[in-house]
Ligand binder design. Sequence first.
Ligand code: G3P
Ligand code: MG
Length: 249
Amino acid sequence: MSHPAITLPRLIAHRGLSARAPENTLSAVRAAHAADCHWVELDVQLLGDGTPVIWHDATVKRCSDGRARLKDLDLPRARRLDVGGWFGDEFRGERIATLSEMLGLIDALGLGLNLELKVNRGRSAAALVEEAIPAALDRLSSERLIVSSFNAEALSCARDLAPAARLALGALFEGIPDDWRQRCEALEIYSVHADWKRLSRRGALAVSEAGYPLLCYTANDPAAFAHQWDWGVSSVISDDPSCFEGHLP
Ligand code: G3P
Ligand code: MG
C-alpha cells in the first residue's frame, strides 16, 4: 500500500510547545517553531455552530476564562474567551484558533502537522471529519500531515474521504490492543500512536517490525524513555521536545 512520503522527525511538540505556551494556540505553534521543532501535534473539534477549532477538552473551563461546553458555543462567543491568561500573563488576550487560521500558520512556518481528530462524548465523528479533512488537505501537502484519532469511526470516515496515498492516518491507542494489526489494515493506517507508559517491548517491536512508524505520546522524561528508542520508536510527542536534546539515539 502506498502512503505519502513523510519524513518523520524524532520529536513532535504536543499541543504545540505546550510546556512554554498555552496548549493548542497560535502562540504554542509559534513557540514550537522558534524552538526549532519541525512538527506539532494539535487537537481539532467542532464548536456548536460547526466551526472546527483547535481545542482538546469538551469544555473551556481548564484552558480559558469561561466555563461553557464547546458544543454550546458559536464562533463569536468562543472568540470572546481569553485562552492564554490561564497559562501566563504574557499570553493574556490569546483567542481560540480556528482550524483555518492554524493551518495558515502551519503552512506559513513550513511545519508538519499531526492533527488529532478529538471526538468528545456525544459529538459526531463524521461531521468533524467532513469539516477538518478537506480543509487540512487543501492547505498542507500530504508529506506534512498525519491525521490521527482514538475514534475508529473518525478514522473510517477519513479513509472514505481520502485514499491512503493522499492522506496518512494514525491509529491512536493507549495500550496497543491485541487486534491492532487487523484494525490498522482495515483502515489502511500509516502510523501507530501509543501511550509510552503503557508500551511493552513486545508490542512496540510488533508494530515497528510490521513497518508502521510508531509514535509515542506524551513523553517528557528522556531518561525514563531512553530504553524505548531501541524498540523501534520513530518519534516522541512531547510537551517540551527540548528536554530530549542530548538524549536521542
Ligand atoms: O496525539 C497524542 C496525544 O495528544 C493523545 O492524547 O489527550 O493529549 O490528546 P491527548
Ligand atoms: Mg492530542
